[in-house]
Design a protein around this ligand. Structure first.
Ligand SMILES: Nc1ncnc2c1ncn2[C@@H]1O[C@H](COP(=O)(O)OP(=O)(O)OP(=O)(O)O)[C@@H](O)[C@H]1O
Ligand SMILES: [Mg+2]
Length: 252
């Protein structure tokens, strides 16, 4: 069975969807069979990050019991599959916990990784995926409000017997007011497994509806996203060297 990992944060807007789209593409490049699930049912945007926004069958249909997982699975050109969400406002009326569990169980039977992009906040919508996942990958920005919400997330995850596997610090600007990686580790009691810098290439890649690891593979953000993927599968990551970097090395 594959690993079911909820990518969550507590605080909104810290980079969950960006991480899911990039990890999916990077893990696929490493030969892993990945399914990215849009678990952000009310303000879904994973499809927008990946350039797929109109689909006949979505996670809403699966959770309402009117479609099977296989009907909603969409093959993405970058080598992984997606369970998309409706982009219009659509409530799922039935009680969902059982449906979420059953969907994730089926998906983990046909993938190495099931990565769930969760919604902002720690409401019912997030918790139903958090409790059904095996592991949670925490995303935060290096500031106290975001890290405090990440702590709440990890406490909630542990209560539901979901293991916090590590934290990704995203949008690092190296500003003196930012929390250092060690401080975040002390505060959360879990290791920092990724440090992604603030990078304009991410904005450009989202505008181009393509993960930055594909759109600008040599950018700093892309290298850090690939390093996180490598860590998840226990591979050693060797950064790609840019031409300037290589030439500079020769000249030295
Ligand atoms: N490393 C980065 N460098 C620069 N900008 C980034 C980086 N990571 C994310 N962003 C920007 O931050 C914004 C929010 O990212 P994203 O949508 O991934 O967050 P989210 O946690 O999924 O938000 P929500 O909680 O609303 O679902 C995006 O517009 C993206 O451009
Ligand atoms: Mg998001």
């Amino acid at each position: 069975m594959g690993r079911i990992i909820a990518v969550a944060s507590g605080k909104g807007g810290v980079g969950k969807t960006t991480l899911v789209s990039n990890l999916s593409a990077a893990l696929a490049r490493y030969g892993q069979n990945v399914i990215a699930v849009d678990g952000n049912l009310t303000t879904s945007n994973l499809g927008l990050h990946l350039g797929v926004s109109l689909y006949p069958v979505t996670i809403h249909d699966i959770l309402e019991g009117v479609a099977d997982v296989n009907d909603a699975l969409l093959y993405h050109e970058h080598g992984f599959r997606i369970i998309p969400a409706d982009i219009s406002i659509r409530e799922v009326k039935r009680s969902r916990n059982k449906a979420v569990e059953s969907m994730l169980y089926k998906l983990s039977g046909i993938a190495d990784f099931v990565l769930i992009d969760t919604a902002a906040g720690l409401g019912k919508e997030t918790v139903q995926f958090l409790r059904a996942a095996d592991e949670v990958l925490t995303v935060t920005n290096p500031n106290l409000p975001a890290v405090t919400d990440a702590l709440k997330l990890n406490t909630l995850a542990t209560k539901h017997e979901t293991t916090p596997i590590g934290v990704v610090l995203n949008r690092i600007m190296n500003h003196p007011s930012e929390m250092a990686s060690e401080e975040v580790e002390d505060f959360l009691g879990i290791p920092v497994i990724g440090k992604v810098p603030e990078d304009k290439a991410v904005h450009k890649s989202i505008a181009a509806k393509t993960p930055v690891v594909v759109h600008s593979p040599k950018s700093l953000a892309a290298q850090h996203f690939r390093a996180i993927a490598a860590q998840l599968i226990g591979e050693e990551y060797t950064p790609r060297r840019s031409l300037t970097h290589t030439l500079f090395g020769w000249l030295k």
